[in-house]
Design a protein around this ligand. Structure first.
Ligand SMILES: Cc1cc2nc3c(=O)[nH]c(=O)nc-3n(C[C@H](O)[C@H](O)[C@H](O)COP(=O)(O)OP(=O)(O)OC[C@H]3O[C@@H](n4cnc5c(N)ncnc54)[C@H](O)[C@@H]3O)c2cc1C
Ligand code: SF4
Length: 333
């Protein structure tokens, strides 16, 4: 691993000022914040990330989970994934989030991983993690060997001719279904971004994965007040039952009144180049009777734009069945 300077900034202002000296906040950043380090250090060992400076943000006062005045929840960026998953309000009011986190990684990794770091975890595409191979995300303009190579685990929604990498997060799928917002503090002050606008589609610039600019520090995630009487479910399908990323997953938040669906929030994991909120599936469900026919119709709507690669056509049907089963199970709960 290359040499780097390790710094513990005294406060957020110092951290932001130091990070603002980086040329980019995207792939190739020469200054990086560090939360749990479970993505960053991993990629540094592979020389995929080579920052000259690492800013350890764990001493900043960003580790609280607090009620907001409107009964939502404000989650600090350095809150550990485990602490979030087991927080009583998350378990009671936002259980899809708790379920999603607990189906990710391992207990040890969840104990280290932070909320901010989870938002910025990187794709598991094998070519991205291998510096002997070309990769448009790692080195823009070098090509995408996954399109003609190993792409079984890669995306079928939101892809481009330049990159088909999957966003691997479980937590982010639940946050997409919960209408979360991301608070960012940067050199020009603070701003709030709707969760769906935080991650970017690859298009012709797959090395740009988020809206973050140099100096931008994620400080909090905010959840709106819970919708009363809603049913929550996160279903994750994968090659083995632990320590594995999703081939397809679904986060479902449903409100059913007198047998009809009055509100639906749906997001899919394992299939999109970003956490995949499906407004098409939501629209297909509103006003419908909560039964298998409606659930399957919503799944068809969610996957309508899917574009499979040579090895991952199976994901279309898998994702449809995943969403249908998640909706059925949530409705029956
Ligand atoms: C073996 C293994 C299995 C895994 N399995 C799963 C799984 O099944 N599901 C899943 O969802 N995840 C899985 N993960 C990924 C894991 O969830 C992430 O590594 C973790 O969430 C990253 O959090 P961190 O705090 O360690 O991030 P770090 O490594 O500290 O940081 C990641 C990135 O975020 C940036 N960053 C961190 N905090 C901030 C901030 N506040 N503001 C701005 N930038 C910031 C860093 O600069 C870095 O670029 C797995 C990881 C491993 C190693
Ligand atoms: S899919 Fe994206 S990350 Fe994977 S090789 Fe292609 S450009 Fe790189």
């Amino acid at each position: 691993m290359h040499t780097f300077e390790f710094i513990r900034p005294a406060d957020s202002a110092a951290a932001i000022a130091a990070a603002a000296q980086s040329k980019t906040a995207q792939q190739g950043a020469d200054v990086r914040f560090m939360g749990g380090g479970t993505t960053l250090i991993d990629l540094m060992k592979l020389n995929v990330e080579t920052p000259a400076r690492i800013l350890d943000i764990n001493r900043l006062p960003l580790n609280k989970i607090e009620d907001t005045p409107d009964h939502g929840l404000r989650i600090g960026a350095t809150v550990r994934n485990s602490d979030l998953a087991y927080h009583p309000r998350v378990q009671r009011d936002y259980s899809v989030l708790s379920q999603a986190i607990l189906q990710g990684a391992s207990a040890q990794i969840r104990n280290m991983a932070t909320v901010g770091g989870n938002l910025l975890q990187r794709t598991r595409c094998v070519y991205f993690r291998d510096t002997a191979m070309p990769c448009n995300k790692r080195e823009p303009g070098t090509g995408c060997p996954a399109i003609t190579g190993h792409n079984r685990t890669l995306a079928i929604l939101g892809t481009s001719e330049h990159c088909i990498a999957t966003n691997p997060s479980d937590m982010c799928i639940a946050l997409a279904a919960l209408d979360a917002t991301v608070q960012i503090q940067g050199t020009k002050g603070t701003r709030t971004i709707a969760f769906g606008d935080f991650h970017l589609l690859p298009g012709s610039t797959p090395h740009r994965e988020t809206v973050l600019e140099p100096g931008d520090l994620i400080t909090h995630i905010t959840l709106p007040p819970p919708s009363s009487g809603s049913k929550h479910l996160y279903l994750k399908l994968r090659d083995r039952s632990s320590y594995e990323f999703a081939l397809a997953s679904a986060a479902v938040v449903l409100t059913i009144s007198s047998g009809k669906i009055s509100r639906a929030r749906i997001a899919l994991g394992g299939v999109g180049t970003k956490p995949w909120r499906s407004t098409e599936a939501e629209a297909a469900l509103i006003g419908k009777t909560a039964n298998d026919a409606s659930f399957r119709q919503a799944a068809e709507a969610a996957l309508q734009g899917a574009r499979p690669q040579s090895e991952n056509r199976f994901k279309i049907e898998l994702a449809k069945r995943c969403l249908t089963h998640a909706l059925r199970t949530a409705a029956a709960s």
